[in-house]
Design a protein around this ligand. Structure first.
Ligand SMILES: Nc1ncnc2c1ncn2[C@@H]1O[C@H](COP(=O)(O)OP(=O)(O)OP(=O)(O)O)[C@@H](O)[C@H]1O
Ligand SMILES: [Mg+2]
Length: 387
């Protein structure tokens, strides 16, 4: 456009459109596209008294970006909110390698090399590792439900499926796509408002993962450092059962993470769960609390059938209080509930699909007690021991 030939009106319209575009978030990075350098151009033609045509040039982070249509829809809707704009079209392009490097550096806060943001001093993200002694007690179900419940309450939440061999989080949260790769940075898919990464997104369906300890460690490190998590309030890690390699890696990579122990009411299960929790004393991690799952089955007459016995959760909480020296509370008892399993299989956790079911009410209660532990350094172990 030649200097001075544009009418003030098109200039003003262009400014207004650019301002409107600050409201459009990249669906994966979740920051305004204007900040991310994705808006290449805004051209306004015609219609000084209304009926202007706008062409917005948008550069995608990668060609074939899976969120392309969402972006086009959001950009169009935002530009159309500007009075006088009649027609909007979006001209899609792709960032150059140079622009991508710039973006990556910006997202990492100016730091070029990957590091784990949650392990940095001053990180305000609460990190909870969901652990159990035995398999199949409901860790993944608890993780998926707490994540979506916390996100529904307005918190910014991420989930790392750290169960490398037995990953189940993608199904439970209904995620079926891979993270988008921007060079060597991964943008996690978002499901029900939660950012999710799992090894299940990288291996062909039906194929087992056969890795040894060091590779598990490396995979976990990548999930934490190479993924763009943004500013999270809470990060949940779904651990494999027991006290294996991954639990140790978590303690090493994320020393300020706290453990949430899941157990059933059965006394035998409780004893094993306690062992998982008391690792914390060796790794200097805190134990945030205990969740008892499969506590009872409500009968049609309202009575409770205690299929797996009673008292396991309270016993684990009591013994971990003694072992760790801090108060470890029983944060909730989640009944057996068919809707919980069905919702997990269908990819929308029960706290969203059937929020008033007894299991959902109990899980939302646990989420609320975690949310109440305010963001920041309060309640965090400082790694000091009395002399
Ligand atoms: N309260 C509940 N009511 C009904 N079904 C449940 C309940 N909790 C968990 N389940 C079901 O039990 C099975 C095991 O749960 P889940 O996968 O969450 O356990 P896990 O501890 O993560 O298992 P693993 O140790 O294999 O990772 C799943 O099919 C799940 O749907
Ligand atoms: Mg699991």
């Amino acid at each position: 456009m030649a200097g001075g030939s544009a009418t003030p009106t098109t200039d003003v319209l262009e400014d207004l459109v650019r301002t409107a575009l600050t409201q459009v978030m990249d669906p994966e990075i979740r920051r305004p596209i204007t900040e991310l350098g994705m808006v290449r151009s805004v051209e306004v033609t015609g219609g000084t008294g209304g009926g202007a045509r706008v062409v917005v040039g948008v550069d995608l982070t990668v060609a074939g970006c899976p969120m392309k249509s969402t972006l086009v829809k959001d950009v169009t809707a935002a530009a159309q909110t500007v009075p006088g704009v009649d027609e909007v079209s979006v001209d899609l392009g792709v960032m150059s390698a140079e622009q991508r490097t710039e973006l990556r550096t910006m997202l990492r806060g100016g730091v070029g090399e990957p590091e784990i943001p949650f392990a940095k001093p001053g990180s305000l993200t609460k990190v909870y590792a969901i652990a159990s002694g035995k398999g199949g007690v409901g860790k993944s179900s608890v993780t998926a439900n707490l994540a979506v419940a916390l996100a529904a309450d307005g918190l910014s939440v991420g989930v790392v499926d750290a169960d490398i061999y037995g990953f189940s989080i993608p199904r439970m949260l209904g995620v079926d796509r891979q993270p988008t790769r921007v060079d060597n940075m991964l943008l996690p898919p978002v499901a029900h408002g939660v950012k999710v990464v799992s090894i299940g997104m990288f291996v062909p369906q039906g194929q087992p993962v056969i890795w040894r300890g060091p590779m598990l460690h490396r995979a976990l490190q990548q999930f934490l450092a190479d993924v763009y998590w943004g500013d999270l309030d809470v990060l949940l890690l779904d651990l494999p059962p027991g006290t294996g390699d991954i639990a140790i890696s978590v303690a090493q990579l994320l020393p300020t993470s706290e453990i949430l122990v899941v157990t059933t009411p059965q006394v035998a299960a409780a004893e094993v769960a306690e062992r998982a929790g008391s690792i914390a004393t060796q790794t200097q991690q805190g134990v945030v609390g205990v969740v008892e799952n499969m506590s009872w089955l409500e009968q049609p007459d309202g009575s409770r059938l205690e299929l797996f016995g009673a008292g396991g959760g309270a016993k684990v909480a009591e013994n971990l209080t003694a072992a760790t020296g801090g108060p470890v509370d029983l944060l909730g008892q989640v009944p057996l509930d068919m809707s919980l399993r069905e919702a997990g299989d269908a990819g929308t956790p029960v706290t969203l699909s059937d929020p008033d079911s007894p299991a959902a009410v109990a899980l939302r209660g646990v989420a609320r007690s975690l949310a109440a532990r305010s963001r920041g350094l309060a309640g965090r172990r400082l790694g000091l021991s009395p002399v």
